[in-house]
Design a protein around this ligand. Structure first.
Ligand code: ADP
Ligand code: LRH
Length: 480
């Protein structure tokens, strides 16, 4: 039996989880959870990286003796280091407005179609590539000698060693998903110095050991190795989808909904680009072919506006609201920025000629119906674009705690849903560490262990496919 600490930083909370792995055993417990509260400074929206690092240290102290530590977090964002290895300012939040209009300028040099063919990455204004284009010309960027993605930055602070983990590197839009190496051509044409990045490392590679000072701060006794995991949280979560066989789709639901398929090779067609599907990298040479949907962010922002009412009660009321009265396009980047979410949802309903949800329960129902509809569209498009039919949808992540969302997704997709685990990213993190130490076998073996050990909830689709089709047509007609 071995024990691992999984540091998993989501956009809404960070956690340090302890995973125990042995023959037919996989147990996860929460050592420490802390809020992730971005801060708006005069310069814009910033991650509070010091609070997150403090949370990690506190979590490691709470976890106690472990055989190894692994770190995953949200994608695309980074810290810049100066020539002395010191962090230059707080990392910029991917919802910051600095990338507005930047992509269009980048496309003037490398057209969007060429970028997709080379990197397979969907268009999102916050892809690292566009963030770098926005940073160019700033005094901070002029002093930058190294770029570390968020999990790599924290790994560096814990171990003193620098690297760029592959699955997260695949979200920069500077990596070629076929060769799994940097796209020198894209970088050269855009004047991006790939020397900013530390050498690539792969899930399972060693990433150093906790520095003596960190051991002292956490009360741990060394040596404590740090293992490279699939450091993109979505890559870790997909690794922990408890699927059997290959005919499954997944939806990672948390702040975002990431809905798609696991493939052996990227799909780089023009149709795929038009449908805005991304080819991010997973473990073992897999491709995470998926679409970003705004996810429970829509609800998180409403709750914030309403003064954080009790979520359980709100969901009970939302279940009583008639289905599909109004839906919004949950893929729309118009919902990306923080603030005034109930108002923005109401405006979207109004402008598409639908009833405007008035009460928090009605807005919540509108959000959940809209998410389920977006899940349906994403999975139908993914199957069409890859010619890979699926029999079951696995939902993982915090959204599995929302039974209404899971049921609506089963209804909308017309497929059975298996929900769980809620802490999939942490479990994927733990399993990759355990595998590096020879405790579990291949991907299928990891998934069998998950299916045997984790509590899962099943939702059968309930009739009324016609209502979902009608809502889809209604939205398609209103939002081209
Ligand atoms: P992230 O990793 O992106 O921060 P999580 O996977 O932790 O997100 O999911 C957070 C979301 O899960 C919350 O925004 C909330 O909507 C949902 N959630 C968490 N707990 C519950 C609960 N008890 N009931 C319903 N939904 C929940
Ligand atoms: C989810 C996630 C997602 C990215 C987004 C920036 O946490 O990593 O996969 O697209 O954050």
């Amino acid at each position: 039996m071995r024990t691992y600490a999984a540091v998993d930083l989501g956009a809404s909370s960070g956690r340090v989880m302890t995973g125990r792995v042995g023959q037919d055993v996989l147990e996860l417990s929460e050592a420490h959870r802390f809020p992730n509260r971005p801060v708006r400074t005069p310069e814009g929206l910033r991650w509070d990286i010091l609070a997150l690092y403090a949370g990690v240290l506190e979590g490691l102290r709470a976890a106690g003796a472990v055989d190894s530590v692994g770190i995953d977090s949200w994608a695309v964002d980074f810290g810049l280091l100066d020539a002395d290895g010191a962090l230059l300012g707080n990392p910029v939040h991917y919802r910051d407005s600095r990338t507005e209009g930047v992509a269009q300028k980048v496309w003037a040099t490398v057209p969007a179609a060429e970028l997709y063919a080379a990197t397979g990455l969907q268009y999102a204004p916050f892809n690292t590539l566009y963030q770098l284009a926005a940073a160019r010309g700033t005094a901070q960027f002029a002093h930058a000698r190294r770029l570390l993605l968020i999990p790599d930055l924290l790994t560096y602070w814990l171990t003193g060693e620098q690297g760029t983990e592959l699955t997260n590197a695949s979200t920069t839009q500077l990596l070629d998903p076929r060769t799994r190496a940097w796209s020198h051509d894209v970088a050269a044409r855009l004047g991006i110095d790939l020397g900013l990045f530390a050498p690539l490392r792969r899930p399972g590679d060693p990433a150093g050991a906790l520095r003596p000072e960190v051991l002292e701060q956490t009360g741990l006794h060394g040596p404590v190795p740090v293992t490279t995991v699939a450091s993109h949280d979505t890559a870790s979560a997909v690794a922990a989808v408890p699927a059997e066989g290959e005919r499954f789709a997944y939806i990672c639901t948390g702040t975002w909904s990431l809905a798609g398929l696991e493939l052996d090779a990227p799909v780089l067609t023009e149709d795929s680009r038009a449908a805005n599907f991304t080819n991010e990298l997973g473990i073992d040479g897999t491709v995470r072919y998926l679409r970003n949907i705004m996810g429970l962010w829509l609800l998180q922002e409403c709750l914030r506006e309403w003064g954080e009412p009790d979520l359980g009660e709100l969901l009970r009321q939302a279940a009583e609201v008639p289905a599909l009265r109004s839906v919004v396009d949950a893929q729309d980047a118009a919902f990306l920025a923080p603030g005034r979410m109930p108002e923005r949802i109401a405006a979207a309903c109004r402008s598409t000629g639908q009833p405007v949800p008035a009460t928090p329960a009605e807005v919540t129902r509108c959000v959940l119906d809209s998410l389920a509809l977006a899940h349906r569209r994403a999975l139908a498009d993914a199957q069409r674009l890859t010619d890979r039919p699926v029999d079951v949808v696995h939902i993982v992540g915090g959204g599995t705690r929302n039974a209404l969302l899971c049921q609506l997704t089963a209804d909308a997709c017309g497929l059975p849903v298996v929900a769980g685990p809620a802490e999939a990213a942490a479990l994927g993190n733990v399993l990759v560490q355990a595998r590096a130490h020879g405790l579990v076998g291949d991907r299928a073996d990891m998934r069998r262990l998950l299916a045997r050990t984790q509590p899962l909830t099943r939702y059968a689709p309930r009739g009324d496919a016609a209502a979902w089709r009608a809502a889809e047509d209604r939205l398609a007609a209103a939002v081209p």
